[in-house]
Design a protein around this ligand. Sequence first.
Ligand code: ZN
Length: 450
Amino acid sequence: MKKPYLFALIASVLALVTECVYPTVFIQWIVPLYAVCIAVMAAAAFLLFYALFTAKGSRKPALKALIGAAAYLAVLMALTPVVNNVIFGSVAPWGSVLVNALFNLVFWLVMLRLIRRASGEPFKWKPLVCLILVLAGVPVTILTTVPNMKATGFIVLDTVKNYEARMDKIDIYQNTMETAVPQTQVYDIIMEHLEAPLPAGKTEKKVLVLGWDGCRADAMCLAENRQAVDLLLADGGSAYIAYCGGANYPAPLKQVTATIEGWTTMFTGMWGDGHGITGFDSVNTAQTHTFFTAAIEQGLIDSSAFCFSWSGHLTTYGEEMEYDEANNVNVSWLYSDGEEGGDGDEGTYQKALAELQKTDCPDLLFTVFEYCDYYGHTYGFWGETPEYIEAFRRSNEKGVSLIEAVKARPTYETEDWLILITSDHGGYVRGHGGDTLMERMMFIVTNKAW
Ligand SMILES: [Zn+2]
């Protein structure tokens, strides 16, 4: 009965090779290679089970091994985040890598023992080599994880505790996370501004919104990169912690913490159960037109503009764009085709700037910058990640420039400007959509007290 150990040996080689590349692939989040790694791990598990069932002399060992490999994969996928969460209090990428390696080590040792028992083979070189290969995976994992942690700035854990500590350090918010206001407040603030009577000496209502896609509320602790926000606060404004997802943390999510849901909630004043925009292919209808169209039809404003570079908005508001075109509603849907976080955002900035320099600029000008979301998805939504800090800095830089463009308008003194900065959702590790505190908290900053 030498065959079982041959399969076990191949499986152990595959496991060690995977351990060499997996930490890099996972921490640097190289998606195609990640899929390959998972496939190789499943194949190795299949070989181990196949070795066991062959040693036992079972019938249909391949079928049984296939079921075993599927179970292994299911347990691995379920266990990694759960155990990681218990140990570290968060889904730290390197924590996932270590938990994964630990699980594989235990799994391999148990399987090798079972194979040895079933095969009755004495302890010769093959099982010994298997054992050495598997044990070698531990130092290999650590040696490949550490430099990747350093490279990606993932050393500091993004735990709830750390998040709360960061939020505590921020002195600009007028409320706490427990008393966070709903995201729908963005809509209410804008509509109340437009509906309120003009102050003395003012002849026109104006609104500029700086939307920072995927900007976390705790990014505000980066005080040296917060100039746009500080400008609004210096003008007598206020900053509040807000929540997305339909309910405040830790209540269960009512809608995912994602882009389409978030912006549409701000554009309509409704959560997903009201506006019905709950996915990439959702298209809004006449009943759920955004305030870009609705505020004009209500006679509150003459014109509006939406500057964006994320093509998803073209689908979501496609029907409304056609409606505006057909009915001569004065909404400018200003899409900039280009890399989000790169020339796409530059296009958004240039288009918004050009609008603000027009004598008769849109009464409601809404911009969405993708910097934070783009760099968050690529490098991690972490306040300690250099790329995320840079994304926040760029968002502020463009914001300052647009705020200055407002103040430089020749008619600025007679215009009643509401300037608002907000985000659609937070982020966690390399994504968002879930119900962690980090994803659900966002912020609303305005140049007026409320
Ligand atoms: Zn987003």
